[in-house]
Ligand binder design. Structure first.
Ligand code: UDP
Ligand code: MG
Length: 159
């Protein structure tokens, strides 16, 4: 039996620029089609406190007030994704920060024209993913089920 318990996890936020533009389904569809497991998902209204933590590397930047406001403009959809090497695999799917520079085929490269309102957040390392998952999810909100199609998503020995 393949086990998903120890698979890598990443934290994703579908930003207000995604929610307001009715792109939630489009992004979730790409996640499901890739074979990435959705282990947790909920809608949240973010506030200044959680954003100062989440974007602590950017709080001193002049654009931080605009960034915080854009992240509070509507609820976000928070997700925990699971997969082999999912942090780097999903960052590749997201594309570079500026939507205008992101490669076609990526989420930002297909859906965004902005360096700030760029649809989506995804953790940039497994260490940060763990911190970010704990920031946005309680343990009971992350589910450890094993999808039945997993044997068609990974080959023998890949998990
Ligand atoms: N951001 C911005 N202007 C910048 C750089 C970043 O508005 O010059 C915003 C943008 O929404 C970005 C977020 O701050 O997604 C976090 O920045 P980071 O450098 O961590 O980029 P990411 O990991 O999201 O690609
Ligand atoms: Mg980042």
């Amino acid at each position: 039996m393949r086990r998903v318990t120890d698979m890598e996890k990443t934290l994703v936020l579908l930003k207000p620029s995604c929610v307001e533009r009715h792109l939630i389904g489009e992004v979730i569809s790409r996640i499901e089609k890739r074979g990435i497991i959705i282990s947790g998902m909920k809608m949240m209204q973010l506030d200044e406190n959680i954003l100062r933590e989440h974007y602590s590397h950017l709080v001193d930047k002049p654009f931080f007030p605009d960034l915080a406001a854009s992240m509070m403009a509507s609820p976000v959809v928070a997700m925990v994704l699971k997969g082999v090497d999912v942090v780097s695999v999903f960052r590749e799917m997201v594309g570079v920060t500026n939507g205008r520079k992101a490669a076609p085929g990526t989420i930002r490269g297909d859906l965004s024209m902005s360096g700030s309102l760029n649809i989506i957040h995804a953790s940039d390392s497994p260490e940060n993913a763990e911190i970010e998952i704990n920031r946005f999810f309680k343990p009971a909100e992350v589910f450890d089920y094993t999808p039945q199609d997993l044997k068609f998503i990974y080959g023998e020995g890949e998990i």
